[in-house]
Design a protein around this ligand. Structure first.
Ligand code: DOR
Ligand code: ZN
Ligand code: ZN
Length: 426
C-alpha cells in the first residue's frame, strides 16, 4: 500500500482541496478528507505531497517515439522516461517509424518494447496506408486485433479523397477512430515555415493556412458521409477551427487537438533561421494563435497533445529549409501552459488539467484520466511554486530540439505513478 498525504487535488467544482490518497493493487483505493482526524497505516509507503498539486496522470495522444528504425533520435524507453518526467502516464505513438507501423508485427514490437521499458502506458496507432505512401490501405482488422487504437498517416496527409473515404468506412465498421495529419501537398511545395511575415523577411517558401484547412474541410464531409470518429491532429489555423466548430454544431463526430507551441508562439516570435522553431504544422500568425486559444477554451479543440518529435542536433543544424520538422514536448508541456496561462490568471487550472487528462480519456475511450476511488493509480504530483529554467541538457529525451530553452517556468512534475508504481521521481 502507498499513501500520498496532503495532496492538493481538484474537486468536481474545480476547487483545490486537501486529500490523502491511498493506492493499493494498482488502483486508487480511497481519497480521505485532508482535514479529518486520520493517521497513515503503519507499514504503508508514504509520500508527503505537502500541498503540491496531484492530478490524474497526464495523457498525450500524439507523440513520436521513433522506434523501430530511428533509435538515434529516441527509443521507446527514452521516450517513455521523458514522458514520465513530464508527468505523462499514457501516451499514444505515431506509426511513422521504420518500418512503418502498418503491420501487426510492428504493433506487437511497440507493445513489447513498451512493456520492457515498464514506465508509462504506450498505445500504438497504426498507419492508414501501407508505408504511409497513400496508395493502398493497411489491414485495419488485423491491426486492431494486434492492439492498434486508431489509424493515422501522421507525418503526411492522405492526399487521395477516395482513399480517405475508404479508410473512414473501414474504421467506422471496426468502431475505430481516424486521426488525420491535415496537409494538402499541392498547396505546400517546399515550404518550411508558415506563409507570412517571417517567410517574407527571410525569403523562404511559405506553407499557407489553406493547406491544412482544405483537408479538414474535405475530411469533415467524408466523416459525415461515413459516420466515423474523425480526429484532427495539431490544429494550427483559424480556418480549420471555423470548419471544426461548424461541424460540431451540426453533430458530426469530429474531435481535435492542439499543441502547446501553437498556443504560445507565432511566426513573429521566431528569432532567426534556427530549425528548433521548425515544426509541421508551422508556427502561424498571432491571429491563428488567438483562434487556437479561444477554441480550446470553448471546446472546439478538445484536447492538448505535444506532438513530441525528437530529432538529433546534427539533423536540426541543417538550417531552416533542410532540417526535419518537429520539436520535443513531454518535459515542457505542463510547465509552459501552467506558467503562461494559469499563473497569469487567463485560464482555470481545472480547465488545463481536464484538457490533458479527462478529456483525452473521453475522446479515445480510455479507462484512466480520473482521480477517483477504483480508478487506475495513474497520478502526477506537480510543484506549482518552484521556478526553473528550461535546460535541454537535463532532458530525459534524446532530443534537444526545443524553442523554449531558457524559459523560466513553474509547474514542474516531480513524481509520477503508473498503476501505482513510481515511474519518475525528481
Ligand atoms: O513536426 C512534425 N514532426 N510534424 C510532423 O508531421 C511529423 C513529425 C515528425 O515525425 O518528426
Ligand atoms: Zn502531424
Ligand atoms: Zn506528429
Amino acid at each position: 500500500m502507498q499513501i500520498i498525504t496532503n495532496a492538493s487535488v481538484l474537486n468536481e467544482q474545480g476547487e483545490l482541496v486537501k486529500k490523502h490518497i491511498i493506492l493499493e493493487d494498482g488502483v486508487i483505493r480511497s481519497l480521505i478528507d485532508g482535514d479529518s482526524a486520520w493517521e497513515p497505516q503503519a507499514g504503508a509507503e508514504v509520500t508527503d505531497a505537502a500541498g503540491k498539486l496531484v492530478t490524474p496522470g497526464l495523457i498525450d495522444m500524439h507523440v513520436h517515439l521513433r522506434e523501430p528504425g530511428f533509435e538515434h533520435k529516441e527509443t521507446i524507453e527514452t521516450g517513455s522516461r521523458s514522458a514520465a518526467k513530464g508527468g505523462f502516464t499514457t501516451i499514444a505513438c505515431m506509426p511513422n517509424t521504420k518500418p512503418v507501423t502498418d503491420n501487426p508485427e510492428t504493433v506487437q514490437l511497440v507493445l513489447d518494447k513498451a512493456r520492457e521499458a515498464g514506465l508509462v502506458k504506450v498505445l500504438p496507432y497504426a498507419a492508414i496506408t501501407v508505408r504511409e505512401l497513400g496508395r493502398e490501405l493497411t489491414d485495419f482488422a488485423a491491426l486492431k486485433a494486434a492492439g492498434a487504437i486508431g489509424f493515422t498517416d501522421d507525418g503526411v496527409g492522405v492526399q487521395n479523397a477516395q482513399m480517405m473515404k475508404n479508410a473512414m468506412r473501414m474504421a467506422a465498421e471496426l468502431d475505430m477512430p481516424v486521426i488525420a495529419h491535415c496537409e494538402e501537398n499541392s498547396l505546400v511545395e517546399k515550404g518550411s515555415v508558415t506563409e507570412g511575415k517571417f517567410a517574407e523577411k527571410h525569403g523562404l517558401v511559405g506553407i499557407p493556412n489553406e493547406s491544412e484547412a482544405i483537408h479538414v474541410g474535405r475530411d469533415i464531409l467524408l466523416a459525415e458521409a461515413t459516420g466515423v470518429h474523425y480526429h484532427v491532429c495539431h490544429v494550427s489555423t483559424e480556418q480549420s477551427i471555423r470548419l471544426i466548430r461548424q461541424a460540431k454544431s451540426i453533430g458530426i463526430k469530429v474531435t481535435a487537438e492542439v499543441c502547446p507551441h501553437h498556443l504560445l508562439l507565432s511566426d513573429e516570435d521566431i528569432p532567426g533561421l534556427d530549425a528548433n522553431w521548425k515544426m509541421n504544422p508551422p508556427l502561424r500568425s498571432p491571429r491563428d494563435v488567438e483562434a487556437c486559444i479561444e477554441a480550446l477554451l470553448d471546446g472546439t479543440l478538445d484536447i492538448i497533445v505535444t506532438d513530441h518529435a525528437p530529432h538529433t542536433e546534427e539533423e536540426k543544424a541543417k538550417g531552416m529549409e533542410m532540417a526535419p520538422f518537429g520539436i520535443v514536448g513531454f518535459e515542457t508541456a505542463f510547465p509552459l501552459l501552467y506558467t503562461k496561462f494559469v499563473e497569469t490568471g487567463k485560464w482555470d487550472l481545472a480547465m488545463l488539467v481536464r484538457r490533458m487528462t479527462a478529456d483525452p480519456a473521453k475522446v479515445f475511450g480510455l479507462d484512466t484520466g480520473r482521480l477517483e476511488e477504483g480508478a487506475p493509480a495513474d497520478l502526477t504530483m506537480i510543484d506549482l511554486d518552484t521556478e526553473k529554467e528550461v535546460n535541454p541538457a537535463e532532458f530525459a529525451t534524446k532530443g534537444r530540439n526545443t524553442p523554449f530553452t531558457g524559459w523560466k517556468l513553474k509547474g514542474w512534475p516531480v513524481k509520477t505513478w503508473v498503476n501505482g508504481k513510481v515511474v519518475w521521481a525528481d
